[in-house]
Design a protein around this ligand. Sequence first.
Ligand code: COA
Length: 705
Amino acid sequence: MSKAELHRDGRLGILRIDNPPVNAIAPDLVTAMDAALTAFEADTSLAALVIECAGRTFVAGGDIAAFDDPSFSAGPFNALLARIEASDRPVVAALFGTVLGGGLELALACHARVATPTTRLGLPEITLGLIPGSLGTQRLPRLAGVAKACEMITSGKPISASAAAAAGIVDKLAEDHALAARELALHLAGSGAPIRRTRALIAPDADTAGAVIAEARRAAQARPWLPALAAVADCLAASVQKSFPDGEGVEARAFSDLVRTPQSRAMRHLFFAERAAQKIPGLSRDAERRTISRVGILGVGTMGAGIAMCFANAGYPLHLVETSQDGLDRGKGLIAAAYASTVTRGLISEDQAQARIGLMTGSTDMADLSDCDIVVEAVFEDMELKLSVARKLGAVCKLGAIIATNTSTLDVDRIARETGRAGDVLGTHFFSPAHIMKLLEVVRGKDTAPEVLATVMELSRRIRKTAVVSGVCYGFIGNRMAEVYMRESEAMQLEGAVPSQIDGVAENPAFLGMAMGPSRMLDMAGVDVGARTVVEWIKSGKGPQDPAYRILARTLYEHGQHGQKTGQGYYRYDNRKAVHSDDTQKLCRDLAQAHGVTRRAAIPDEEILERLLYPMINEAALILEDGIAYRPGDIDIVWTAGYGFPAWRGGPVFMADEIGLKTIVARMDHYAAALGNEHGYWTVAPLLRHLAETNSRLSDWQRHI
Ligand code: COA
């Protein structure tokens, strides 16, 4: 069956698109739409045309996968849009679902648009490092104004149907969009009113567009690593200064340049990696799942409170348990304060906040968790405590309930065994603040039942987390890699680099572009939090038996210098502002001397970058070899969604391929020779060396299951 066909409904032609799952514009769909439009053009008995879609949404965009094809061209689709717009009989788009990218551009080429009230409309191309390539930059400003177009294109955020109606993008809102579109099409055909072609309009705010465009250029200059932003400004300028065909040329040239940039390739890689991460090898999409209607949270500290909010935000009734009434009150206080700040920032209304708080009950008796379908245990990160809690939960939780232990490093298998029902158990690693950070590592234990994993992955989607499955190991995917990154950051501080130089390199987009460098991040998260787990890891005999291993963090911890909250960590804090700390520098000199570390007058920025990044990439290869991550893309999602790794670099694995694996292996070997490799820190992962030798990409590596 063709993906688009022309039907007749009385005097109307109905061009119906049917290209599951999201009616994305692919080359064969364009061919089918072309034929359907030709049939409409030939049948002069039809008074007007309605364009509608089967399935769950109107067209949700161009087929992103097609952009990787070097022969890809938006030309045929754009020519089709021009023919639709040129029609001398009215064409109306019937919108519902997510009208994104090429979908909105198709709608803009029609003469009128009807949408259901729940429709979302947007041009998200910027999130793929692109600009709209099918005249979105030319038609949207003409219809809705340059300011609105600029906001929508540079943010990439979809807007509601009512906002679209207010902006003049949608002409009518109706629950029954198909019927309303037919009525409007017949009305337009019967009224004899001139056809309203978007290309012929002049932007309603053309007079003030200069200021908007100047501001867009300034914003683009501030983020030069996203060249799409400057292109948006150029295209918007063309939409008010040039003819439509000339503007079309400006957009086409910019799009074809951008689609080839490493930034856009990286961001497209993340789009598909994020979706691939939801798939569990060996588990079909319709695998059995357990029903979750009531959630229990055990331990309402900072983490537990944030986790509780995630569930309440998604409408789940919750029961919170703490060891004492004081503890429970403190936890509820944290939740109330966090909601109050959400209300102050205008993100939700006071009523919404109260409704969410109203979903929570609390007590100090674990037995009250017995009617919950899942219990997330978020007690302090201490193995003995976790084990004792696991024993109790194993007994208290009802048959079939899932037990999730929230941990950033601990052995989930050991905790699971302690419950006496390991099949029901898995780990969750929420990132702090849990109600804000997107990432959730879901830790699959040796015995975790497949339907338990499938249920929690589905639940993650409902609570709007980007979930990635990790196997059990110290630190899982994210913190295992962060460990080597921190190790080198601290080693270089002992060798003479100050934290501001190292953080500067990590944060500088010319080098890496992390949201926050390693020392600033540890100071913010609390040096004690990280150091305590490192101490335990070393004590357990599984961690590195190197006396100098992360000795700086361990010593700061012992000295009570826990970062921002104590006013002193890697940096000193002057009213929350990180400033150089002479004390920490003295400590670095003392530690260097005690551990026989040679200090240098200066460490070049290039070395800092390589020593932060390459061991992480090497660890990523080990994580893949060990089967801790299913796929290379999962690692990129963990780092971009959880650690502030820049999306435009595609994550550490994608970046490794851009740098070249041969280069990375050669530099690892270089550092092994230059710095010594007594503890194996510079031993190249066999997988990495093999892929480098065979000119392969780490991103493309697949485990053979
Ligand atoms: N091109 C190609 N494939 C697409 C696509 C597109 N524009 N949009 C979605 N898909 C695919 C996804 O890869 C996924 O495939 P899979 O099931 O094989 O993994 C499937 O459609 C469903 O998408 P998913 O995101 O899982 O569904 P959802 O209901 O959560 O969200 C959308 C639907 C449309 C909101 C979301 O997919 C989206 O934002 N798509 C991108 C839209 C876009 O950027 N368009 C502009 C492109 S220039």
